[in-house]
Design a protein around this ligand. Sequence first.
Ligand code: KG4
Ligand code: ZN
Length: 359
Amino acid sequence: MLLLAFETSCDETSAAVVEDGRRVRSLIIASSSAAFTASGGVIPEEAARRQVECILPVLHQALAQASVSIQDIDALAVTRGPGLLGSLLVGTTAARALARLWKKPLIGVHHTLGHLSSPWLELPENDEPTFPVLTLSASGGHTDLWLRSAHTRGRLIGRTRDDAAGEAFDKGASLLGLPYPGGPSIAKAAEHGNPAAFSFPLPLKKEDTLDFSFSGLKTALRYTIRDLPSVRPNLMSHVSHLPSPAPLPVADLAASFQAAIVEHTVDRLLAALAHHPEVSEVHVVGGVSANTALRLALRERIPVRTLHFPQRLVFCTDNAAMIGAAAEFLHRELGERAFDPFTTEASLPLGDALMNCES
Ligand code: KG4
Ligand code: ZN
């Protein structure tokens, strides 16, 4: 199928034309994340307002870049949730109106199923992944471990108990005075830092679980910063002969904090593989899968032949191409039922991401 897909769940407005769930004929992403650098996080009302401004220009650019007209499109697809309700409503309202106007079927897609489908985008034809696949989906909103027997079938075998991995990067960056989004800014600061300069505890070390926990790392970073001599409140600052406080060692703190997140993630994936020897390949998706240190550590330490990341960095973070791929797979596995009407939901149970989800 040739699908026109939309993704508007947070602060990206994206449209794409995707062929057969694999070939990305066009992908346009307008991000308003720069508007939230100072606030340290997305302001939902502002994100929704930006979605309204961007949705039609992004649609026109996606069709133009793919050199297709409406007649060529077989179906539309859109993220139905979870995410920020205002942002989601812009995408789903646009997609519903266009589908009706152009008399095309519309497929509502769970955002997480989009991420799970992203490794297939631009994958060479002879490189077909074989199920069962163990997928870590790590982004700003969720950190989940899925064991999948097909694109839309599987079981949630682990999830974060508190913050998501991307959220840990975002909160850590805010503590270090680095701009939002925190993942890329921590990764950049870490390039010049020593990952062994500070040590952070490995979360859930003693528990027999495949769950994640990142909030303890964030608290440990807060206390590490608080206890540094350089940032102690200088109560004697009026005494001019005392030395002024040293600057915060941001590069070392960023490198060590990133190393702790990477270590916890690798540790969980190794535990999951030990529990599930039937797994034939591992996929790592979502915004955090763009992290170079994580990719290097996984390539070194994950003992499976096939480790897939999305083919392009732009497929890791939120984008409409992954929604087009997921819609294609939903249609293949559900047939016409994929076109059923759907609601737009800010919180959508994880079970709705996959059929036959046993979690
Ligand atoms: O998948 P995504 O675009 O949106 C959600 O579904 O949440 O993920 C965004 C998250 C943010 O928390 C961001 O800080 C993180 O992914 N991220 C990264 C990197 N690029 C984005 N984290 C670590 N390293 C990166 N290079
Ligand atoms: Zn996402």
